[in-house]
Design a protein around this ligand. Structure first.
Ligand code: OSB
Ligand code: MG
Length: 392
């Protein structure tokens, strides 16, 4: 039996507060992307950002539901999340006073799935809790890093030269790791050329489930490029074929889509389906599950890193707090606000230093102000949910 080194991880300290949630605001805001983002499942030019604001005692906590408009990365969409929050999660949150994160988690556990919707609500609650206590979110969850290492995720480009230029541009900005989206027809040759141009950078690829186990011989061609990892080569819900593939591949497999809970993470590690895990708070249903996956991997010495979903600054600020935990030893997909949007919903925007670090804010909660006027001007829909009454 493996004996894990005992590690004392700081966890959310118990408090005495009980929240009477007064209002839950559910808002969608359209933000144009600076440049279209293309993956193996399609191309988008804007993000319909889904924000949740939870108010109690004169303070508002903010969360973001990372679901996209179409069910491609995940079965959840903006539409399903709006339905599930309005009809199930918000009533559960408002039904009686709230004692702690575990109380909220157990109310939501009565409903199956819909992790992104649940996470949006948990995020808002955690920001509210941190603001109420006057501590940063990072401090609240036991973060230890003053700054986090970041990389950039580069979509499939209309032409190779455009990709090579993007790579140079982001390296010049200081990003510590380049991740290339791949799919059949945009993979080995592209990666070979990027590696030839940059023999020493941290380089990884993300397939978003574009391959099948039969493609193993093709993907083995990537082994010579000393990639940091190949992310999610096979189906979104697969663990077994990933384990078969990992046993034949030198390049570490990192799972993204397949890891939807701490239990799935443990099963993936037991099976040998991956050597690295990408943690996205939205995909796993919120902080409680993200922290559990972090702790599991930390105890086993499995590296984790924080994934991204082209979030607005609100979701990004939560990612920064999460990535300040000690087990996040690889650069995250947490780029500067300007990599995504002309203007972000938070002030100040997220910036990346010349050595590829993002500062972890020390101010209470998310540590950024929400630009409410800008939100208002770009809002597509807003609902305010109070106990049992929904007003537009
Ligand atoms: O697979 O990591 C992914 C964006 C949307 C959906 C899935 C993914 C991504 C990214 C972008 O790779 C990461 C980012 O926010 O910069
Ligand atoms: Mg991914």
């Amino acid at each position: 039996m493996q004996t894990d080194t005992a590690v004392a991880l700081p966890r959310i300290p118990a408090g005495f507060e009980r929240f009477e949630i007064e209002e839950i605001e559910v808002r969608t805001v359209r933000l144009r992307l600076n440049e279209p983002f293309e993956t193996s499942f399609g191309r988008i030019d804007s993000r319909l950002i889904f924000l949740v604001g939870v108010t109690a005692g004169g303070l508002t906590g903010w969360g973001e539901v990372v679901a996209a408009e179409e069910p491609r990365y995940s079965y959840e969409t903006v539409g399903t999340a709006r339905h599930v929050i309005r009809d199930y999660l918000a009533p559960a949150m408002l039904s009686r006073s709230l004692s702690d994160l575990d109380d909220l988690r157990s109310r939501f556990a009565l409903f199956r799935g819909h992790n992104m919707a649940k996470a949006g609500m948990e995020l808002a609650y955690m920001d509210l809790l941190a603001r109420t206590r006057g501590v940063s979110l990072s401090k609240l969850i036991g973060g230890t890093r003053p700054g986090i290492a970041v990389g950039v995720s580069l979509g499939i480009q209309p032409a190779r030269d455009l990709l090579f230029r993007r790579v140079d541009q982001y390296l010049a900005l200081g990003y510590q790791r380049i991740k290339l989206k791949i799919k059949p027809g945009w993979d080995v040759d592209v990666v070979r050329e990027v590696r030839r141009r940059h023999p020493n950078i941290l380089l990884s690829v993300d397939a978003n489930s574009a391959y099948r186990i039969e493609d193993l011989p093709h993907l083995q061609a990537l082994d010579e490029f000393e990639l940091l990892m190949i992310e999610q080569p096979l189906d979104h819900d697969d663990l077994l074929d990933h384990a078969r593939m990992q046993s034949e591949l030198k390049t570490p497999i990192c799972l993204d889509e397949s890891i939807t809970s701490a239990r799935r993470a443990k099963q993936a590690l037991d099976l040998g389906s991956c050597e690295i895990i990408n943690i996205k708070i939205g995909r796993v249903g919120g902080y409680s599950e993200a922290l559990a996956i972090h702790d599991l991997c930390f105890a086993k010495g499995v590296p984790v890193w924080c994934g991204g979903m082209l979030e607005s600054g609100i979701g990004r600020a939560h990612n920064i707090a999460l990535a300040s935990l000690p087990g996040f030893t690889l650069p995250g997909d947490i780029s500067a606000s300007s990599r995504y949007f002309g203007r972000d919903v938070i002030v100040p925007p997220v910036t990346v230093s010349a050595n590829g670090l993002v500062d972890v804010p020390q101010d209470p909660g998310l540590g950024f102000d929400v630009d409410r006027d800008y939100l208002e001007r770009n809002t597509e829909s807003v609902e305010r949910i109070k106990s049992k009454t929904i007003t537009a």
